[in-house]
Design a protein around this ligand. Sequence first.
Ligand code: NDP
Length: 451
Amino acid sequence: MTKHAYDQKVEEFMALIKAKNPGEREYHQAVHEVAESLIPYIEEHPHYKEAKVLERIAEPERVIIFRVPWQDDKGVIQINRGFRIEMNSAIGPYKGGLRFHPTVNLGILKFLAFEQVFKNSLTSLPLGGGKGGSDFDPKGKSDNEVMHFCQSFMSELYRHIGPNTDIPAGDIGVGGREIGYMFGQYKRLKNEFTGVLTGKSPNWGGSLIRPEATGYGATYIAQEMMKLQNESFKGKTVAVSGSGNVAQFATQKVTELGGMVVSLSDSSGSIYDPKGIDKEKLEYVMYLKNVKRGRIKEYAEKYNAEYMEGQRPWSVKCDVAIPSATENEINQEEAKTLVSNGCKVVSEGANMPCTPEAMAVFQDKRVLYAPGKAANAGGVAVSGLEMTQNSMRMPWTREEVDSRLQIIMKSIHSACVKYGKRDDGSIDYVKGSNIAGFVKVADSMIAQGAV
Ligand code: NDP
């Protein structure tokens, strides 16, 4: 079949998706990216086509939407909307984070849940895919208000989840504090102490290395891609975006491996510190973001670094980029700027941070480009390890968890290499991760019948 014929099949498939899911832009984008890799593969393996596996995967098993009323500190009633997308349970219970951010809507959560299905399959752990959250904005809210919101959110969500059914975790706006409030409410309603959420504190069932896992994992994948080219982080300049959980621990691991991180950002702007964000400066960032809950601009003021108001950090000179803030945060122009400034490796800490046009630039220029479903799978992988420890009622050491994380990230890299080799010998990590993630889920769905 010619490329043109495949493109036509992708467009026909996308016409169905768009008709069924009108206005869900991010969902269309995520499905399109996967369909481009999978439709040629499915044409070569017709049993997947006959079983309509891709059509089934693109339809959530269940979508739950609910009202979340709560009272703010002034006694005023606020109403938010809560969601849980239970996307696919072919290889395990639904698993995926909760996002609290004002931009949250059905289409964004469906894109994240869809990605999660493939990502979780890549980890080689028995985890299905899900995602959820709310349009609630924790920024500027008191701890008391966040607690009231989390309790109300869990008062509805608890009846849909469980340690063998659906196990949520954190994402944007949901860290240790929010997981704690939600876990407390679940325990109170069910009168059960179970591992129903991951990302818990180690004092009450959390895994060591879970907070670090996504940032570390994205760094390990970049390291694996470089290793294949006889390269390493030593002496490399690295641009990171975001300044939350993923960005902080990517910065930490890159620095440990001998690289120098020169940028961070938040939704107000970016900082550029050409001298590098060393251990001490990172400690300040962690205090600023996790305790003081301030803005990244304050870093620039404290360390006399450059602050780029309202801008993303992709104009800085770097060898490696680890986007770790949010979706569509690198566009075509920014991708071109990164490449012309010498960037040769991109590892997506965030989910879908590159627009399709930016992805095309990286693919075309043969940048070592690891998409989110491979690069940021370390978070859910350690969440899976947290579930194992909860079932055993036995915690592992940091070293044990980190070494398992490294093994998983290496095996994800190998799976991408296996399915993503191009004719010229280079690796298409997008195709590799999509096909590797798909095969296990698709085979399981076929084995389980028309479900
Ligand atoms: P955090 O909430 O800890 O941090 C998010 C960071 O990104 C903050 O610096 C935030 O800035 C910035 N940001 C959020 N939304 C926007 C926006 N619309 N525009 C610009 N900047 C924005 O989240 P995480 O670090 O956990 O998540 C970051 C990314 O990583 C997300 O794409 C998430 O889906 C992905 N991810 C996270 C995993 C995890 O384990 N936490 C696992 C796998 C993927 P501000 O404070 O100003 O909002």
